[in-house]
Design a protein around this ligand. Sequence first.
Ligand code: V07
Length: 264
Amino acid sequence: MLKKLIRKNEQTISINLTERIKRAQQEQLPSHIAIIMDGNGRWAKKRTLPRVAGHHEGMKIVKRITRFANEIGIKTLTLYAFSTENWKRPKLEVEFLMRLPEEFLGTYLPELIEQNVQVKMMGNIESLPEHTKRAVKKAMEQTAHNDGLILNFALNYGSRDEIVQAVRNIVNDVQDGNISAEVISEKLLDNYLMTKDLSEPDLLIRTSGEVRLSNFMLWQLAYTEFWFTDTLWPDFDEACLLDAIESYQTRNRRYGGLKGEEVN
Ligand code: V07
């Protein structure tokens, strides 16, 4: 069984996953968790498998972590599945990746519907291959009325691109006379981003030992707690997510309930 060693009253005791979940739920959970799912290629290489085998294994972990996040009461899970930079990868790898949303939804959409999950997407959906677009749109439509976990895929997403688009749209609205330049504020810009209907992430996780943001949610992560782990995404499991959540809760306790901006 999955066990974790903790120190209590000078004593080291081990607790299992169920106990850890209970404890985590007694405190404030991060409402929105964002994950950069890195290390799939490296996972495959370690096993002398092709890179795509790592991506495929990574997709299975997406299902597992989605189920778990929903079960423990996370409200929003944002997953970086494909960046605007990823088009530079070999053609066959890109083609394989673009089949993953269909495969994922083909087997998992009924369960997502049953579990009341809402599938959302941020990124440039229009320049995805037709078959990918169709699968993702269908999932968004069929889960639009659900009100459980929001499963938000960043697909063909780049944060600078998102901000440039927002600025363009604001300028258009000013020129068209819909808004005046004086009302431009942080809050207004929020409303032009692809995350306008979501809360800001409380916790960012990046797997596989890389310690950078790689053009992911630059604006939205201003006050987010970061958690980096050497674990490769296909090896990530429920216990790893709890490690991140427990770390988040420890830091939250230290702030004594103060939120982001108030802490200096
Ligand atoms: C992808 C698996 C996870 C590791 C990171 C790269 C590979 C799930 C999806 C997905 C996307 C949209 C959607 C349903 C599922 C996905 C891509 C890559 C491109 F509506 N995993 N996954 N999409 N990987």
